[in-house]
Design a protein. Structure first.
Length: 163
């Protein structure tokens, strides 16, 4: 399943919400759906049983925190939840790296790259909401996963390996 196919399956109750316009939210939901299959595979190996639980929780937390932050009234409050989402995205990336021996390099690297895109978006959203920059190394930020997507993001969304 690629991103376009997945988009067609998302219920209108979700796509009709103004939150759906937030690209990082859409990508977070997509990553969590991909994670369902990945976690199922990780659970079959006793060595990665705990990792699978941590990964699934972290993946779900990205979109959960973006949606909660989006619903907050002030930029400072929104930024706090976007920071939580950022932490969960980085945690997910870590779990995928640790699970690469079971998932395989193709799947793990795809998910790590997708999470890197999510991280980049969140790194632009937090300072925008907070009114100042996060003190981190500057990265090139890509902002549109749909029609104007960067070549890297377009590739990640079209060629999605499954475990």
């Amino acid at each position: 399943m690629n991103y376009s196919d997945w988009l067609a399956l998302v219920p209108e109750a979700i796509t009709g919400d103004p939150l759906w316009k937030v690209e990082v939210y859409r990508l977070a939901l997509f990553a969590a759906d991909l994670g369902w299959h990945d976690v199922t595979r990780l659970m079959k190996d006793k060595r990665t049983l705990g990792l699978s639980d941590q990964l699934y929780r972290a993946l779900g937390s990205i979109g959960g925190n973006v949606s909660e932050g989006y619903s907050r009234g002030t930029g400072k409050d929104r930024a706090r939840f976007y920071e939580y989402a950022l932490g969960s995205a980085r945690e997910s990336r870590n779990w995928y790296y640790n699970g690469r021996y079971v998932l395989g390099d193709l799947v793990a690297n795809h998910r790590i790259d997708l999470l890197a895109q999510i991280i980049r978006l969140l790194l632009t959203m937090v300072p925008d909401q907070r009114g100042h920059f996060i003190e981190e190394e500057e990265l090139p930020y890509l902002v549109n996963a749909d029609s104007n997507a960067s070549p890297e993001l377009s590739e990640l969304l079209q060629n999605v390996p499954l475990p």
